[in-house]
Design a protein around this ligand. Structure first.
Ligand code: SRM
Ligand code: SF4
Length: 578
């Protein structure tokens, strides 16, 4: 029978039947015979912050031995603004050692992920996380995800308010179902008849909803990549309100022109007091009008793309009992990764440390996990995870800095002065072996490729160039490739689409530069452009900016679809002549 294209998707049906996200998760957890979750529970688990995965490196071997997949769980812990106290960090570290493959992985959205938790220990792991006053609820699923906030822990009025607003959005948008508490914490089944999800209702949102809060001039969180965002407007040193953006998103499917990555649209300006409600109102439009039939067309960007930003702005006005003014113009963004030492307030400092691809784990070269544990234990400092997969030690006294640096040195953890400008801004998603959607390597491939890129930049004489290089194992965009200066997006094992033309400011889309490039040929594919950049760039011009000038773009590019023509082909004669 032909599929009814107006029928709700399977996930919508699963939500409908789930009794506010309960499904049969509790029963399967309690059943020692059940080695895995199935059907609807697989979708519902995500709302609780966990994914069933299997180790893809082991698939072939196990198949040969007549064994099924080696199932385990990824758990994502939501930390609004990426903030953890010293005790929370040490607890997270201890949980990693006790229940997981051992590593803590900082995500591109200031959360952390564990991998390899076995089913028999899933409940205990979730309970331990909650005992640290942290949660995994809504870290994944069709809800408001971890709310991001600009990372520097400044205690001035502006940054304090930014973090406060992010925390308030997180509380306001958290699901109210008792299912999470019942299943993972106290095991007592509540009375369901009177339980309501006041904002979400029983179907929650059509898809994920991502939010970030920052301040003008500082876009480390890549606010234009999200479903909704608030950008603080500062006048005479005071925060006066927020510009609201909506409808950003970076996932696309190769070969499908109706899927696209989109820079968020400008909605308008609201007062500080109305910021949280503005984020809820954006979500309510999404909840009421978003596509619930086709999950590939369900993100807010497609709704705004189809109906237009003017329609969206009018709908926002209708739903808001507060004033929505015209967008306030903002200055060029100065991107900062906040690595190294910075003053936090009169008495305190913070210190940013680069974590390659977010992986906190001891290895032969460097023992960052031991170093970070020792720093937090000895100095009692807090930790803020950044949107560039790194971390800041916060609340340091000036006289603690030498001790911190000595610990980094002892365990061979790179200080920012020793990093190239290319590596320090690089990011990769996890991809193989845990991600079920990966079609190519990412985190395991980028470090070596980065060394080749560093060598090439050095040999051309542009080793000091500041640029963002990002890699993902599929087109879903988890390491935000489409806003980077240079990106590698997995197509098949060892083969990548190469994008060029975004920038550190995160407010512009890159172009497909070259299609289906073998990783061994990446450097030679890039070289003509790098040479041309070296000879023809303007003073201070970034690689992405230069490429846009070469393409003669009069307007900022805000969208890249799943079916683009490579721009390098257009430019090949010009570039090779260079
Ligand atoms: Fe992502 C799915 C990892 C940020 C777009 N993402 C996944 C899954 C859960 C794979 C899956 O569905 O089975 C990945 C788990 C891999 C693993 O083994 O751990 C995964 N995404 C990640 C993280 C961990 C990458 C990282 O290097 O840190 C990031 C976790 C963020 C967090 O803490 O919440 C992560 N994902 C992103 C981002 C970037 C961002 O938000 O800043 C994007 C692009 C922005 C956006 O959402 O548009 C992103 N992830 C996706 C998509 C495409 C969604 C879409 O609607 O277009 C998928 C696939 C899906 O949802 O169907 C996906
Ligand atoms: Fe997995 Fe693709 Fe996301 Fe990488 S970009 S983590 S491969 S879904």
């Amino acid at each position: 029978m032909a599929k009814d294209k107006n029928a709700p998707s399977k996930v919508e049906v699963a939500k409908d039947k789930s009794a506010n996200l309960r499904g049969t998760i509790d029963e399967v957890l309690k059943d020692p015979e059940a080695e895995k979750f199935e059907h609807d529970d697989l979708q519902l688990l995500k709302f609780h912050g966990t994914y069933q995965q299997d180790n893809r490196d082991q698939r072939a071997e196990r198949r040969k031995e007549g064994l099924g997949k080696a199932y385990s769980f990824m758990i994502r812990v939501a930390l609004p603004g990426g903030v953890a106290t010293a005790k929370q960090y040490l607890d997270l570290d201890a949980i990693a050692a006790k229940y997981t493959t051992g590593s803590i992985r900082i995500t591109t959205r200031q959360a952390i992920q564990y991998h390899g938790v076995i089913k028999g220990e899933l409940r205990e792991t979730m309970k331990s996380i909650n005992e640290s006053l942290l949660t995994t609820l809504a870290a994944c699923g069709d809800v408001c995800r971890n709310v991001m906030a600009s990372a520097p822990p400044f205690t001035d009025e502006v940054y304090t308010q930014i973090r406060k607003t992010a925390d308030e959005v997180a509380v306001d948008m958290a699901p109210k179902t008792g299912a999470y508490h019942e299943i993972w914490i106290d095991g007592e089944r509540q009375h369901l008849e009177d339980e309501v999800e006041p904002f979400y209702g029983k179907h929650y949102l059509p898809r994920k909803y991502k939010v970030g809060v920052t301040v003008m001039g500082d876009n480390q969180i890549d606010v234009y990549s999200y479903d909704a965002g608030l950008i603080g407007i500062v006048e005479d040193g005071k925060l006066v309100g927020y510009n609201v953006v909506a409808g950003g998103g970076l996932g696309l499917s190769h070969g499908r022109a109706n899927t696209y990555a989109q820079i968020a649209y400008r909605v308008g300006f609201v007062s500080i007091a109305d910021g949280v409600q503005a984020i809820q109102n954006v979500a309510s439009i999404y909840r009421d009008f978003g596509n619930r039939n086709d999950r590939k067309q369900a993100r807010l960007k497609y709704l705004i793309g189809e109906k237009g930003i003017e329609w969206f702005q009018a709908e926002m006005k209708k739903r808001s009992d507060f004033d929505i003014q015209l967008w306030r113009e903002i200055p060029e963004v100065e991107n900062q990764d906040w690595l190294g030492l910075h003053q936090q307030d009169d008495d305190h400092w913070f210190y940013g440390v680069f974590v390659e691809n977010g992986r906190i784990l001891d290895n032969d070269k460097s023992k960052n996990q031991t170093a970070f544990r020792e720093i937090v234990e000895q100095l009692g400092v807090g930790v803020t995870f950044t949107a560039q997969q790194s971390l800041l030690f916060t609340g340091l006294k000036k006289d603690q800095v030498p001790a911190l640096e000595a610990i980094l040195e002892k365990y061979n953890v790179a200080k920012v002065e020793t990093l190239s400008n290319a590596r320090r801004y690089s990011m990769a998603c996890p991809a193989m072996p845990t991600c079920g959607l990966a079609v190519a390597e990412s985190e395991r491939a980028l470090p070596t490729l980065m060394t080749d890129i560093e060598n090439k930049l050095e040999s051309i004489g542009i080793g000091d160039t500041q640029l963002t290089i990002r890699m993902t194992g599929c087109p879903n965009g988890c390491a935000r490739p489409y806003t980077a200066d240079i990106a590698f997006v997995g197509r098949r094992p060892g083969i990548y689409h190469m994008f060029v033309g975004g920038r550190l400011a995160g407010d512009r889309m890159a172009d497909l530069y070259a299609a289906d490039v073998k990783i061994e040929e990446a450097i030679e594919t890039l070289e003509p452009l790098l040479l041309k950049y070296k000879s023809d760039r303007n003073e201070g011009e970034g690689l992405g900016d230069f490429y846009q000038r070469l393409l003669d773009r009069s307007e900022t590019s805000t969208r890249v679809t799943g079916k683009e023509e490579p721009t390098f082909d257009q430019l090949a004669p010009l570039v090779q002549l260079g």
